[in-house]
Design a protein around this ligand. Structure first.
Ligand code: 9GP
Length: 832
């Protein structure tokens, strides 16, 4: 029976919400949707149906605010940012939407009265994993913050049918299974067939002359596919603004060939369809290697072409053929080089389709694009073979040549007259046996601002990656340090700690994370320390149950939870963590009384399917885990857990339970990191190198509340320059030698010696490109310090509290305000 009672918690949530909704009203709404939207009833509804009915109840508010937002934006006709990203790693949406609407507790109470536990219902939702890792999750945090801050913004991406693969372990090895995030549809998206766009591909370019004798280029595409937009409403915290994420799905422009079908060619008639659908079929599961070739290039062009047409359509609806205001009204942010092809596409639209002269078009284009660089890894700075570009996008290649010709002849020549060497270096086209289009160069040349994602990274972008461009374009390069949304990464994922923080500093901290600084004054208060640490322990108890459920491994919640969660890559150095586990294990075997606090080393990570060494490292960790976890001699002092299918939802459970946050990349290689921010905000101490945002985390928290180790960027570069030899470390450190040699035996792979040798080989014969051996001793010492500090209960609690208190800088709202101030120049558009 519906009651009129408003629960205490629902009342407490009220200030964050514009919907003062009682439990009874929410209950009624869920039931209404169960009946009229889902066509079922409470006696037979599955958990999935309950989840969808709850989502539909929330959508009543979401859609209303979406409508109001779109009306307000249209009427105000203000400048908007268009965030072009091949990845949006959204995770689950229902819990987030309920929190941001301010009705989470009302929903929980309503479901409870209906006989359901909200956490079980929320567990029904698959993760929307349309991204690989940090880059995609960052995009998701940014669009949350833009809506929260009432900025007009649209995220544009790809409606992948299959997101990042589902990871399973078979015989300790990673195997990949397709992800099915929307197998039976999703209540979080709206199809908008009225905004379908056509995308031309292939074909040839003809030179024609118009009636006044002007030369024009006419592209005759070989194929045209359709982009169907799906809108995912993005609910800002407090739900004043609901923006959209528009994701494009590819379809054949003619659904299928009717005549061929009628003539009996049932399969052939679908061929064109299948080919077109392939474009948005899968997310490429490699975020830091150059791969994918033709299909990936088509994917990139597909979503950029659809998005630009959408932006232009909206602009022309308000301004007709008056292009003079385009760059005042629109900024297009390129998230890494994946959408860089948007630059020649926009030039094509202006010059070929809207008959603008080149100079005017270039001026508008260069004032409308900005580019974020997320990596210095050469293999991740995309380069496309010229022949491939020519085949898929013949007109775009011509446009790129023209951009390049003018750039080299005018701008580079003016600055460095007659300097062919510099021209070759700055040219968009890399000459050589196989000529390539350098998308990073194109992005820098075609943008009005370029930013890196943490202070040190932005410096390295200027100093090491693009020094000549920095000299040529003073002021173009800037920094915006990344951030994370505190709504998802503290309020929603760590309800116990959130309640304590709210009690101490009030309810506004999820918007203004700097307010948490106030809890630093309790850092030495034993009563507060106890409350804080009791919460950490309770989160660890929950996590221990999840670990047991997912892996069968029993872990002690009072042990140190030592966490490394991120994509698997040599530069992130999971292999160094593996060596440290072996060192601890060996020390325990040699001396059963070895003085260490019990420790659980927890990994969550996926390896790109084609990245053999990364997969070998996963295999190695799993094999070592089998041995260590079942060795009675070490009396449970060390456990190793590799959580299968790591994703946003697992991160939300694990981060609140972490004690140590491993951020151990070789200095100079992790552009920023964002997991480091989430873990520190939830209290974990960073065991990290002076790399990416670790440096800023250490600055904010204070060096005494993190465990920094290893070479800094200058030292690492100097060692490399002088000639790094990993064998020196192998021969000079007997422990390191012993554990590396262990990998050649069958100790961890009974009956199969050598199965882990590839890890050793990569570190010795392979040259150890990320210098794990050079940093190992200092890394091991940092862990010893962390262990000692963990045992000083008051000191440890103090450090954890200080970490939570001082992470205000890493609110993605702050990142957004930095972008707005330094790059986007947006004005807030409140929605009443
Ligand atoms: O590797 C970076 C990571 O350090 C950063 O935090 C993230 C968001 O800026 O981007 C990652 N880069 C990529 O995934 C590919 O460039």
């Amino acid at each position: 029976m519906a009651t009129k009672k408003t629960t205490r918690s629902a009342k407490k949530a009220a200030p964050a919400s514009r919907f003062s909704l009682t439990t009874a009203e929410f209950k009624e709404s869920i039931l209404k949707h169960l009946h009229s939207t889902l066509g079922t009833d409470e006696n037979k509804a599955s958990n999935r149906a309950w989840a969808e009915a709850t989502a539909a109840a929330a959508n009543d508010f979401v859609y209303e605010r979406l409508r109001q937002t779109q009306k307000a934006h249209f009427e105000a006709d203000t400048r908007a940012v268009h965030y072009l990203s091949a990845e949006f790693l959204m995770g689950r949406l229902l819990s987030n939407n309920l929190h941001n609407l301010g009705v989470f507790e009302a929903a929980a109470d309503a479901l409870k009265e209906l006989g359901h536990d909200i956490s079980v219902i929320l567990d029904e939702e698959p993760d929307m994993a349309l991204g690989n890792g940090g880059l995609g999750r960052l995009a998701a945090c940014f669009i949350d913050s833009l809506a929260t801050l009432n900025y007009p913004a649209i995220g544009y991406g790809i409606h992948y049918e299959h997101g990042l693969f589902r990871q399973e372990f078979r015989d300790n090895r990673q195997i990949e299974r397709p992800d099915e995030w929307r197998e039976y549809g999703s209540p979080f998206e709206i199809c908008r067939p009225e905004s379908i766009q056509e995308v031309p591909l292939f074909g040839y370019v003809e030179t024609v002359f118009d009636e006044t004798g002007n030369m024009k280029k006419k592209w005759h595409p070989g194929r045209v596919i359709k982009g169907v937009p799906w809108d995912v409403p993005i609910v800002g915290f407090g739900a004043e603004t609901v923006n959209i994420l528009r994701l494009w799905e590819s379809r054949a422009s003619d659904f299928f060939n009717w005549d061929v079908f009628n003539a009996g060619g049932y399969v052939d008639s679908q061929a064109e369809n299948a080919e077109a659908e392939a474009v948005s079929k899968v997310l490429y599961p490699n975020d830091e290697t150059e791969a994918g070739k033709q299909l990936r290039l088509i994917q990139q062009y597909f979503f950029c072409a659809c998005s630009l047409k959408d932006i232009v359509r909206r602009y022309r609806r308000a301004h007709g053929d008056d292009w003079s205001k385009f760059a005042d009204q629109n900024v297009m942010q390129l998230n890494d080089t994946h959408p860089a092809v948007a630059i020649p596409e926009f030039m094509r639209l202006l010059v070929d389709e809207y008959d603008m002269n080149w100079d005017d078009a270039w001026k508008i284009s260069r004032s409308a694009f900005a580019y974020t660089n997320h990596t210095l890894l050469p293999e991740a700075l995309e380069k496309w073979d010229v022949y491939l570009f020519e085949r898929v996008l013949p007109r775009h290649l011509e446009i790129i040549y023209e951009i390049n010709r003018r750039f080299l002849n005018d701008e580079v020549e003016a600055k460095w007259p007659g300097n062919d060497e510099i021209k070759a270096k700055l040219s968009i086209i890399e000459e050589g046996d196989s000529r390539k289009v350098r998308m990073g160069h194109l992005s820098v040349i075609g943008s009005f601002k370029v930013n890196g994602v943490a202070q040190i990274h932005s410096e390295l972008v200027k100093k090491d990656l693009f020094p000549e461009y920095d000299a040529l374009f003073p002021g173009k390069f800037t920094n915006v340090t990344n951030g994370i949304t505190p709504r998802r990464w503290l309020k929603a994922c760590n309800p116990r700690l959130s309640a304590l923080l709210t009690e101490k500093v009030g309810e506004e901290w999820p918007r203004d994370l700097e307010l948490l600084r106030d809890i630093a004054k309790y850092a030495d208060d034993p009563a507060f320390q106890k409350e804080y640490m009791d919460i950490k322990l309770a989160n660890k108890v929950d996590m221990a149950a999840t670990i047991k459920e997912l892996t069968g491994v029993e872990v002690d919640p009072t042990a140190i939870f030592d966490v490394q969660i991120k994509r698997l890559h040599e530069y992130k150095r999971q292999q160094m963590n593996l060596l440290h586990i072996l060192a601890l294990y060996r020390r325990l075997l040699e001396n059963p009384d070895y003085d260490m606090h019990p420790r659980v080393v927890i990994f969550g990570s996926k390896a790109a399917p084609g990245y053999k060494l990364a997969k070998d490292i996963i295999y190695g960790i799993n094999c070592i885990a089998d041995k260590v976890n079942n060795d009675p001699r070490i009396k449970g002092k060390l456990k190793v857990v590799f959580l299968p299918n790591y994703r946003v939802t697992i991160a939300e459970k694990l981060i609140p339970a972490a004690d140590l946050s491993q951020q151990i990349s070789l200095a100079g290689f992790e552009a920023s990191g964002t997991g480091n921010m989430k873990l520190a905000l939830n209290g974990a101490l960073t065991v990290g190198t002076l790399d990416g945002a670790n440096i800023e985390i250490a600055e904010e928290a204070g060096e005494e509340h993190v465990c920094i180790f290893g070479m800094n960027v200058d030292e690492a570069q100097a060692l490399k320059a002088q000639g790094y030899n990993p064998w020196d470390y192998y021969y000079s450190n007997p422990e390191l030698k012993a554990i590396l040699d262990w990998l050649d035996t069958d100790y961890f792979t009974p009956g199969k010696p050598g199965e882990l040798s590839s890890i050793k080989r990569s570190l010795l014969d392979g040259g150890d490109p990320y210098m794990a051996l050079a940093d190992f001793e200092s890394y091991s010492d940092a862990h010893k310090r962390a262990d000692t500090r963990f045992r000083d209960k008051a000191g440890w609690a103090r450090s954890m509290i200080i970490n939570t208190a001082t992470m205000g800088k890493f609110n993605s709202d702050r990142s957004m305000e930095d972008y707005v101030r330094d790059i986007w120049k947006l004005t807030k558009c409140p929605v009443k």
